[in-house]
Design a binder for this molecule. Structure first.
Ligand code: P6P
Length: 359
């Protein structure tokens, strides 16, 4: 008889992996799981309840906010604020960091960066959307947590995960010791372990990129797309092109089947479109823990300097050998981008640590 293991049971069981942890990270992950179940309930009935459509406001990036965006953001902020383990929240939906200074959060040690409902432009057409989260321990030792606590490099994450609200709701997360996936069983209202020790195949045959931007792509990306399309039986090419337009859904498919997801620099997004702190870094942590690779075409995502909350980055992530091939073509055909990144990284290293600006 298969034994059902819930997310809560799994978290407690794995707590022994962290001798310093006294249960705070476990409670934080459980708080996120609870908020995800509430968001899933609303996403699942979005077509039936009047919370579709836009509310006339825009988020920090000038993107129109849909009611479910705002609802999801409120759910996660509420759960994290009440849980008492979180001292700062960084959200795609909020221009500034949210400092939690309630009685219950006095000894809170964790920073949570979150994209509460990624891919929300797909909500009205019933395509998979998701939540992405990233967790850090504060580095400041006393007093109030500071903005620098929220601007840590991706390599310093203590946990990261995503929830994909698709044909079923799945929560996938890592604490740096592998990746595990949990599927929501609505009959008991629990996320249950369904994908233990997830790994992404070293090779894949799916490439995921918005080819509508082809004219604006760097030469190296254009060369990689053409490489994917060449007829070559030995290397299973041409690959399949799959692009959902929801990073969580595209990445989750690649986690299961293998593949590469690319959002490079384009004319309208000279630094890339996806946000480093709450999209690229958490997904890169998960992909690396699953045996994949994540760079901006040149530099490891998790090593990138973080200088602002909503800074953007190009991203190439997925099956290791596919990302390596794309990087090879970027180095050969778009080396200038690599040089710009080197200069930015060098200037960030030299700059005053307290300086905060946009890349
Ligand atoms: P485009 C959704 O808005 C998102 O942030 C990611 O989930 C997705 O991968 C990307 O943007 C899609 O962007 O420009 O292809 O529509």
């Amino acid at each position: 008889m298969s034994v059902v293991k819930t997310l809560g049971q799994f978290i407690i069981e794995k707590q022994k992996d962290f001798p310093y942890a006294k249960g705070e990270l476990s409670r934080l992950l459980r708080d996120i799981g609870i908020a995800s179940k509430i968001v899933n309930r609303e996403v699942n009935k979005a077509g039936l309840v009047d919370i579709l459509g836009e509310i006339g406001t825009t988020n920090t990036h000038g993107e129109s906010q849909k009611k479910l965006d705002v609802f999801a953001n409120e759910q996660f902020i509420s759960a994290l604020t009440c849980g008492g383990e979180c001292c700062i929240i960084v959200s795609e939906e909020n221009d500034d960091a949210i400092y939690i200074e309630s009685e219950v959060s006095q000894n809170a040690k964790y920073i949570v960066a979150i994209d509460p409902l990624d891919g929300s432009s797909n909500i009205d057409v019933n395509v998979g959307v998701g939540t992405i989260f990233s967790i850090y321990r504060r580095k400041s030792l006393d007093g109030k947590a500071t903005l620098q606590d929220a601007l840590q490099k991706g390599v310093d994450q203590v946990a990261a995960g995503y929830v994909v609200y698709g044909s079923s709701a799945m929560l996938v997360y890592t604490t740096g010791k592998g990746v595990n996936g949990f599927t929501l069983d609505p009959s008991i209202g629990e996320f249950c372990l369904s994908h233990p020790d997830m790994t992404i195949p070293k090779d894949g045959y799916i490439y995921s990129i918005n080819e509508g931007n082809y004219g604006h792509f760097p030469q190296g990306v254009k060369k990689y797309i053409k490489y994917c399309q060449v007829m070559d039986e030995e290397t299973h090419r041409p690959y399949s092109s799959r692009y959902i337009g929801s990073m969580v859904a595209d990445l989750h498919r690649n986690m299961i089947k293998g593949g590469i997801f690319i959002y490079p620099t384009t004319a309208s997004a000279p630094n890339g479109k996806l946000r480093l702190v709450y999209e690229c870094n958490p997904m890169a942590f998960i992909i690396e823990q699953a045996g994949g690779r994540a760079t901006d075409g040149f530099e490891r995502i998790l090593d990138k300097e973080v200088t602002s909350l909503h800074q953007r980055s190009a991203i190439f992530l997925g099956s290791e050998n596919m990302v390596l091939k794309a990087e090879e073509l970027m180095k050969e055909h778009s080396p200038e981008i690599g040089r710009v990144i080197d200069i930015q990284s060098a200037s960030s290293l030299d700059s005053d640590a307290s300086k905060v600006g946009n890349l």
